[in-house]
Design a protein around this ligand. Sequence first.
Ligand code: AMP
Length: 281
Amino acid sequence: MQFTIARDLDTLQSAMRGIAGQGKRIAFVPTMGALHEGHLTLIREAGKLAEAVVVSIFVNPTQFGPNEDFGKYPRMLETDIKAAQGAGASVIYAPTTEDMYGSNFSTRISVGPMSTILCGAFRPGHFDGVATVVAKLLLRVLPHFALFGQKDYQQLCVINRLVRDMDIPIEIIGVETIRERDGLAMSSRNAYLTPEERATAPKLYAALQSAARAIESGAPIAATLQKEKDALAAAGFRVEYMELRESYTLAELHSFRKPARLLVAAWLGKTRLIDNIELSS
Ligand code: AMP
């Protein structure tokens, strides 16, 4: 298939019309670039679902808080384009901020209580920014499928809620978290870690696993989470939260029942790491 790099909406939509005209199914992978094996897995999975794979690369300013890392977020468009193409992308959409928002843009989509808990409590407005840009991207690309990583589990829940509430006729697919060999969830932000922090970082996933095993075996939830948070603090993390939630609504769980998800966010130096795990048994 012809490979297209679109930097603006007109180019994207003319490529999409061509693909739709050929009767091809379309799978879409939105990203902020600095692509790693997690992103590339999403792109390969997209290729199993559809004949045409669209990857967007856009560091969305509206999902970053004023003191967050928008300015220093890694940008490497040329490398990303090659990597995405290598994994099977046929269209790359890398819009400018002007193309995405133009002037006088003023709509903000807010997905409700799910957006203000967990990461939303520490990053006010973040999920509104995500929901708004994802809605725009979905409507611009109009794919059959859109793939998101479980790595950003709350984001996946927010987007599922968004497409259901707004009757957006696109199937959302959640793809499991891709990890480094030592368990650290892959993330573009891992590049911020010093070598020393990088050596400590896998303890976050280890803490999730240890808490999950304990809770699955009947240990009390609050005490178990506190113990793991204390251990992370002792290892040098500044934990924002570690919480057990119902897997789809993200409602609080005071006693263990499935489906349940354990989610964590913690700072290591100047890097904010998130991870999560599904509980079984
Ligand atoms: P980002 O570029 O960080 O906004 O991520 C773009 C997409 O890739 C999102 O759907 C993420 O959840 C997903 N993603 C990021 N890291 C991973 C990972 N380690 N495993 C699976 N998916 C991921």
